[in-house]
Design a protein around this ligand. Sequence first.
Ligand code: GLU
Length: 451
Amino acid sequence: MNAIDEKLQPILAEVTRRNAGEPEFHQAVHEVLESLGRVVAKHPQYLDLALIERICEPERQIIFRIPWVDDKGRVQINRGFRVQFNSALGPYKGGMRFHPSVNVGIIKFLGFEQTFKNALTGMPIGGGKGGSDFDPKGKSDGEIMRFCQSLMTELHRHLGEQTDVPAGDIGVGGREIGYMFGQYKRLNNKYEAGVFTGKALAYGGSRARTEATGYGNTYFVQAMLATKGTSFDGKTVVVSGSGNVATYTIEKVQSFGGKVVACSDSSGYVLDEAGIDLALLKEIKDVRRERISEYARRRGAGVHFIPADRGSVWDVACDVAMPSATQNELSGKDARALVKNGVIAVGEGANMPCTPEAVRIFQEAGVLFAPGKAANAGGVATSALEMQQNASRDSWTFDQTEARLATIMRGIHDTCAATAEEYGAPGDYVLGANIAGFVRVAEAMRMLGVI
Ligand code: GLU
């Protein structure tokens, strides 16, 4: 990791002490603090007002028991979380993650990142995140529904369209959002559509929300490539993951003339030199919920499945890498392999997928690097557009919504680039995103008094 300005070191020490055993949260705070030395040199009042300390401490953290009954009639217990991180700019906003690795530190890191990401979108949304250590893998539809209902029986009292607005994340898609919103509606006896985003079109969802994170990352990388006078056309691209973010990244990259030759899941990756067949991938992952090896089997000769213990998707040579699976999935070793193979741009579709060492390697090698809090902000930005449509009881066309998304992503790109330039680090999108996101939240908090 890079050095932190000495004035900020006590802040990191205190965050580490107060949040013991939460390495992902420490990592996310460390990465932002690395960028803030230049900000406090210019605006010392941020230190006097303890704004950084306040931003690192969530406004509220809710941890609760989720009891539910499985298909065999046995009682199961999971733990639920909602970290309401910062509401200076608007209601808490951020997804719910269902994955066995979920703990309070992971939700806190995600909520912290979300606060700056949401600020970068320019929309009136604060930052929050939630989830559970529930593992959706192998669960029946009935089990998923009973789990979602039990979770919401507790969480509903903490939500509201003006208070806290969840959405999806890993393990939470349209089906889970439907079950959670259904239970919320029942408990509140109100049709409060704007309390959830990522809803299906049938009951108040927005067109282009499903596609938005992957499309948005592709727009961001397109803008970075344009600063070097180039584009996706004819480029070889590797996308990790095969969920919602990866799927719609592949779709958009292909529409811009790029060739995506590999994607993955936790069991391994597939290498398809002819270019990923998106219709087949969607059928296997989205409809049938099968493992990715099935893609190689169905596609036939020339397409390989490489299990996770025999190699990394980042061993595949490419011009552009778009990590879209999960945190810390791309290591320093992976970054060195990508640089050796000539990668020119990296766009983080997932939250914090590159380790600090990997980010340093890309930046030192002059690779265009887009951090997740900027590059993957298209999902939450379109969530804010969904809230806007719900509030006005309107429904926009796909083209209208996608056009707004594209404008927002170009705006985020330009803000990050201009901020990096202003603070003496042209081309450093990490610094630009951290400073631009932080200043927007800090300025609002300063105006609101000691809150
Ligand atoms: N989970 C997504 C993210 O990491 C989307 C959040 C939302 O739409 O509220 O930004």
